[in-house]
Design a protein around this ligand. Structure first.
Ligand SMILES: *[C@@H]1O[C@H](CO)[C@@H](O)[C@H](O)[C@H]1NC(C)=O
Length: 239
């Protein structure tokens, strides 16, 4: 949830909490979200906006080297939570910087991850965990979309659609050359590219969760993510 404070939202948020400790933040943020969403392009708009017509977003070759994660809370201010949700917050932070994600995709992954963690929270407090998760989700849904858009602009190039395939191959090769050379043989690479064609961002997000401990800049938080497989099947061993 890095850099939410750029929006000035955080101070306001803390003020609201201090004045009304019983406030149901989830409900409050949902209300704000509903207000903010009227008059906007609707779901999936973030993706379409990323590049002009006829062009596709592809990752800059070094997109992963700029990724940062700081657990739950805006940059420089870690929210202490006893449930283990920081691993989901780390994932949410990097998701924004994976070229080609939509804001909705990142929010959806964030919720799924927290649901997973709240099934057996470190605190043992199942319900408290879910309340916290709900609060976090409501906050990022409302305040995250501008930041998501800015992160996409940092991470992506726009290229003509017919060059996108080549650029994705180039990116993936560069990535594996750095983090797992055994993936570099041509067949493996081609197979992966064809399997993820059109949803490369989901592959890249998976790769960040798998190899991110090697390159993401973690600020005052353990270098951990939760791997929630894209294709259903939630397995505890992936935590
Ligand atoms: C590298 O990729 C291979 C599959 O080609 C996998 O078995 C191995 O675990 C990976 N290495 C690391 C460090 O993740």
């Amino acid at each position: 949830m890095a850099r939410l404070c750029a929006l000035g939202a955080w101070l306001w948020f803390r003020g609201a909490v201090a004045q009304q400790p019983d406030l149901d933040l989830g409900t409050l943020f949902e209300g704000l979200g509903a207000m903010q969403n009227t008059g906007k392009g609707g779901k999936g708009a973030a993706r379409a906006d990323a590049c002009p017509a006829g062009q596709s977003p592809v990752p800059k070759l070094d997109q992963h080297s700029r990724m940062m994660a700081n657990g739950c809370g805006p940059q420089g201010l870690v929210i202490k939570e006893p449930h283990g949700l920081f691993r989901c917050c780390n994932g949410h932070d990097v998701c924004f910087s994976v070229c080609g994600t939509s804001h909705d995709f990142c929010e959806d992954q964030f919720s799924k991850c927290m649901q997973e963690v709240c099934q057996s929270p470190l605190s043992g407090e199942h319900q408290e965990c879910q309340k916290q998760a709900h609060s976090f989700s409501s906050m990022t849904k409302v305040f995250g979309s501008g930041f998501h858009k800015a992160s996409q602009q940092d991470s992506c190039h726009c290229v003509p659609e017919d060059e996108a395939g080549k650029k994705h191959r180039e990116y993936l090769e560069t990535f594996y050359r750095l983090y797992n050379e055994s993936m570099l043989d041509t067949d493996t690479l081609e197979l992966q590219l064809s399997k993820w064609k059109g949803k490369e961002a989901e592959l890249y997000f998976d790769l960040v969760k798998k190899y991110g401990h090697l390159f993401v800049q973690f600020d005052d938080v353990p270098k951990e993510f939760v791997h929630v497989p894209q294709v259903a099947v939630h397995s505890r061993s992936d935590l």
